[in-house]
Ligand binder design. Structure first.
Ligand code: NCD
Length: 316
């Protein structure tokens, strides 16, 4: 297996950083997915450990809360033999008045081999990439991008259906405030997927990344014959005021087993997590691991982040 991983040609990847799906072309996305798929096969066999990132230091800068993404990056880095250092915003000198710029240049002077960053400000990872010498990987910035989440979602679809081109993916929920929806719309349209978004008009952004994306107000219309239904949490932390109540949201936009019957018989449901039971998705559907592949997404997230760090951080 290790040989297969080594046989994949990484030279098509031209970016130093992974700031967003925006900057990637189809070949670069395919390369990450090919490598992630190979790592996922190796991880499935159990006890996979590599040393391609031995003696590399990965610095984690999480300015915002995280359960899945931070842990997933750490496990992925350790599976590749790297050391991980966590910087903690709550105990940092930003609280003593140090500027963001000075904090970042200070950390850069310690020569990490890569920085993984999550930030509540739109564009913060890009700014950091201009201030440091090492690769920067965006682990989510505001409602802008969450590239490794979209890549791991694509990996889940590819491992389930064999390929993603030609699928119909319906994304339900808070498209306006979700970085996951934003990165997914970019990735899926670049990869030849038919993308639909389903949301109340107030949760649809003014501008979409592609004019091929179809908009639906009705969940029932938007999931007809879909291969994949992706649910997205109302991102209340980014709304200036409550735009929609949980109960009415569930009635109109909550996914249930009955509504899912309108999609293809073979349809799967994905969610980036954290998912809200009986708001986004009914309890019984959330517990149905045949149709709701959330845990497979989480597992595949490790392989996806291993692929990204392998490409960006290992010695060329
Ligand atoms: C998401 C995030 O933080 O962007 N979660 C994740 O990283 N898997 C989605 C969300 O918070 O709704």
């Amino acid at each position: 297996m290790a040989q297969n991983i080594e046989k994949i040609d990484r030279s098509t990847f031209q970016n130093k950083h992974l700031i967003g799906i925006e900057a990637l072309n189809k070949d670069e996305i395919t390369l990450i997915l090919d490598l992630a798929n190979t790592y996922a096969d190796a991880l499935d066999k159990g006890n996979f450990q590599s040393d391609v990132l031995k003696s590399k230091i990965i610095l984690m800068l999480f300015f915002e809360d995280s359960t899945r993404t931070r842990t997933s990056f750490e496990i992925a880095a350790k599976r590749l033999g790297a050391d991980v250092v966590h910087w903690d915003v709550k105990t940092s000198s930003l609280n003593k008045g140090e500027s963001f710029h000075d904090t970042i240049t200070t950390l850069n002077a310690m020569c990490p081999d890569a920085i993984i960053v999550r930030h509540s400000e739109y564009g913060a990872p890009k700014t950091i990439s201009t201030l440091v010498d090492c690769p920067v990987i965006n682990a989510g910035d505001s409602w802008n991008e969450h590239p490794t989440q979209a890549l791991l979602d694509a990996l889940a679809m590819r491992r389930h259906f064999g390929q993603i081109e030609g699928l119909t993916v319906s994304i339900i929920g808070d498209i306006a405030h979700s970085r996951v929806a934003s990165s997914n719309m970019k990735l899926l349209t670049k990869m030849g997927v038919n993308v639909r978004i389903i949301a109340p008009p107030i949760l649809i952004p003014e501008k979409l990344p592609s004019d091929k994306i179809e908009k639906f107000k009705s969940l029932e219309d938007g999931i007809k014959n879909a291969d994949v239904v992706m649910t997205i949490r109302p991102q209340k932390e980014r709304m200036k005021s409550v735009l929609i109540e949980d109960e009415s949201y569930f009635k109109d936009y909550g996914l249930t087993k009955d509504k899912l019957k309108l999609a293809k018989d073979t349809a799967i449901v994905l969610d980036p997590g954290p998912f809200l039971r009986n708001v986004q998705i009914s309890n019984d559907l959330a517990d149905d691991t045949e149709q709701f592949l959330y845990l497979k997404q989480v597992t595949g997230g490790i392989a996806t982040r291993m692929a990204v760090m392998d490409i960006l951080v290992r010695d060329k």
